[in-house]
Every structure is written in C-alpha cells, then in structure tokens.
Write a protein that binds this ligand. Structure first.
Ligand SMILES: *Cc1c(COP(=O)(O)O)cnc(C)c1O
Length: 400
C-alpha cells in the first residue's frame, strides 16, 4: 500500500491541493465546464477509446520503445540510463499524444476552430497535424522571437495548413503567445476551442492533458517491468508546463520505491534573472486562469523568463507538479543552458540520438546523477522529443 493516494486528483473544482482550479469570469467557467462534461462523457465511450488507441498505434507509432543507452552509461561509469523514446513519435515529440485527444474532442463537440499558442513550435506542429488528420481549422499564435529560432517548425505548420499568427508584444515569446491566443479565443468561446499545450490553464486542461499523456508512463512501466521484473530506481523528465513529466510520472506515483525527479531550466544560473525554474524559485500565485507556483514580481505580474529551450520558458507550471512538490513525492532540480548543451552534444555523439534541447535537460540531470550511483541502479529518462528543430541553432551557437 502506498503512503500516497492519487486516484481522485483533481477534485471536482479542478484542484490539486491548493493548486489549479478555474480563475475565470462566469461565462468562461461555463464553457470550461462544458468541455469537462464532454471529455468525461467521451473518454469512457468505446468508439473514442478505440479511435484514439488505433491512431496511437497506426499514426503516432506507439508504443515508443525504451532504449538502454549503454555507451552513455559506460562513459559515465555509474547507473544505467534508459530512454523512453518519445522522440520517435510522428512529429517528433510527446505533444502529439494530447493533441490527438484534443482534436478528437473538438470534433466530437462540433467546434469550428481550434486555437493554440506554441513555444518551440512543437505544440503548433503537433496540433496542426492532429487538426489536418481530424479535418478541423487550426490557428496558432507564436512569439516572433520563437518564430525566428524555430524556423523548420514554422514552415511545417504552414504546410500542414494552419493559420500562423506572429506575436510581437512583450518579450515576443511563449507567455505573450498565450495572451494573444486567449484573446482570439474569447471572441467566440462557444464555437472555438483553446487547445492548451501542456498540463496548465484552467480545469479541465491539466487533468485532460495529463490523461492523454499518461500513456507514456503506462507503456514505460510495463516495458521496464517486462524486461527487468521491477521498476526503475529513478525516473526523470524535463518540466516546462510539465506535460511530458506528468505523462511519465503518473503511472509511478504510487510506487513508493521509485524516486521521481522533475528537471527545470536554470538558464544562465539560478542566481541570475535568466532562468525559468518556476518550482525551484517561484512562489504560489495565479497565471492564465489557474493557481500554481509562478515566477512573479511583487505585484503578482509574471517575470520575463529564459531558457535555451523555447518549450521550457514559461513562468507558471502545472498545478499537479506544485502539489507533488509540496507533499515531497517529486523532487524538482534544475540544470543550466550550458549543461543542457553539453548533454545535447554528448547524447548525439555517444548514442547517435540528437535530443530536443528541452529533453536534453533531463538527460543532463541523469548525466550528473548517474556517476554517483552503482552500476546496478537504473535511471529512466523521458526523451520527450528529437532535436532536428534545434540543430541549426546549436550549430551556430557552438560555431560548428
Ligand atoms: C514542449 C516540449 C517540452 C515542454 O513541455 P512540457 O509540457 O513541460 O512537457 C518538452 N520537450 C519537448 C520536446 C517539447 O516539445
């Protein structure tokens, strides 16, 4: 019996302890409740379950394998490192897992347009893909800074037929894209649906996105146990909003013997202003319609944040992570841009796997931890995505 009991999370109002909920005007609360009702209805229907399962298998390519990174483990001389290969999914990251679910839900609810923001462009590409598949119009808002940094994803979104809206206000990054997309959504929330790209935003999104992503951990737990007859000693994933991490962690929460570590971006250092380590240095507050740890100024305004990985630079974080931190079920650590780059190059050259800069944060933490542990110990890293999108940026940065 676990000392934790996670089954009924969140509660009916969408709270994970003190975090989550719906901080919204009444009209919007009603729209969110409609989404929750539709979701709770279809998730149990055979036709929805079968369609999603078939698409996961034949379209996404699931189950994604777990891979023993032998050369990397040997080089580090300690714990054995395993990778859950979400980078091998169609569109190259874990985001397709929840985008398919959201697009199917939009179709079921008869919505006319799917709206979203994107940071690194991964959510945008995954959502544009899912919308093309389902046959529903899609509009993506993206910060101008990210548009310049993530050019290949921008091109893909256009090819996939979505409408791309560049956002130049503020720091022209993820947070501003969220604001812009949300304004468009407010023009007609009855007929539009906002497809949130992580386990953030008002209830039911943290729950829904987690549920769609939790296939990662269910597969990984089964795969690891089939091979080893037990769970990994440690599991880890990078945390931006926290969807790939919740996706991996959920199946293991009641396994008390498994140490769980979320890895945040320390950017240029936790002692600078240029980081995005929300759980490490933030304080409880509100952002984008829900309660969570926030990197905020004294007036409760979100601070500008930084990470070398566009997909991780968000000043809030998923409410369930906040709860898991407070009850000490999950430990949150951070790695810097430099450590991330080092892990990016090392994994590429030792294993022939180019990771996304986001995922390289989790790899970097495993590389730091493995040498401290015995060779009989195991660390399972969620490799949330592949690094093709980051290759040009890294090459320029390192003068390759
Ligand atoms: C978007 C993204 C992330 C960060 O999002 P989470 O919701 O924290 O998972 C991590 N890895 C990749 C590859 C991404 O595209």
């Amino acid at each position: 019996m676990s000392k934790f009991d996670f089954a009924p999370m969140p509660d009916k109002e969408g709270f994970f302890g003190h975090y989550g909920g719906q901080i919204l005007p009444p009209e919007l609360k009603k729209v969110m409740d409609d989404i929750d009702r539709a979701y709770e209805e279809i998730r149990h229907t055979e036709s929805f379950k079968t369609e999603l399962m078939q698409l996961n298998q034949d379209y996404v390519g699931r189950p994604s394998p777990i891979y023993h990174a032998k050369r990397l483990s040997e080089k580090l001389g300690g714990a054995q490192i395993y990778l859950k290969r979400e980078d091998l999914n169609h569109t190259g990251a874990h985001k397709i897992n929840h985008c398919l679910g959201e697009a199917l839900l939009a179709k079921f609810m008869g919505k006319k347009k799917v709206i979203a923001e994107t940071g690194a462009g991964q959510h945008g590409v995954a959502l544009a893909t899912a919308c093309a598949l389902v046959g529903i119009p899609c509009e993506i808002h993206m910060g101008q800074v990210d548009i310049e940094k993530e050019h290949p994803n921008v091109t893909k979104m256009k090819i996939l037929g979505c409408k791309l809206i560049p956002v130049t206000r503020g720091t022209a990054t993820l947070k501003d894209a969220v604001d812009s997309a949300f304004e468009e959504y407010l023009k007609n929330p009855e007929e539009f649906i906002y497809a949130i790209g992580s386990v953030v935003g008002p209830h039911p999104f943290p729950k829904m996105v987690r549920d769609f992503q939790s296939i990662i951990g269910r597969e990984a737990r089964q795969q690891f146990n089939d091979r080893h007859g037990k769970n990994p000693d440690i599991i880890t994933a990078c945390v931006g909003g926290g969807s790939n991490a919740m996706g991996l962690f959920t199946a293991f929460l009641n396994d008390d013997e498994v140490k769980i570590v979320g890895v945040e971006p320390a950017g240029k250092g936790l002692d600078t202003k240029d980081h995005s380590a929300t759980l490490t240095l933030g304080t409880p507050g509100e952002i984008h319609g829900f309660k969570c740890y926030v990197l905020q100024d004294e007036n409760g305004e979100p601070l500008p944040v930084h990470s070398i990985a566009s997909g991780l630079d968000y000043p809030g974080v998923g409410p369930q992570h906040c709860y898991l931190k407070d009850i000490e079920r999950v430990e949150y650590q951070s790695v810097t841009d430099d450590e991330c780059l080092d892990a990016f190059m090392t994994l590429s050259q030792v294993e022939g796997i180019i990771p996304a800069l986001e995922s390289a944060h989790a790899v970097a933490w495993a590389m730091r931890e493995a040498p401290k542990l015995g060779k009989d110990k195991t660390i399972l890293v969620n490799l949330s995505g592949r690094g093709d999108k980051d290759a040009d940026y890294v090459a320029t940065k390192l003068g390759l």
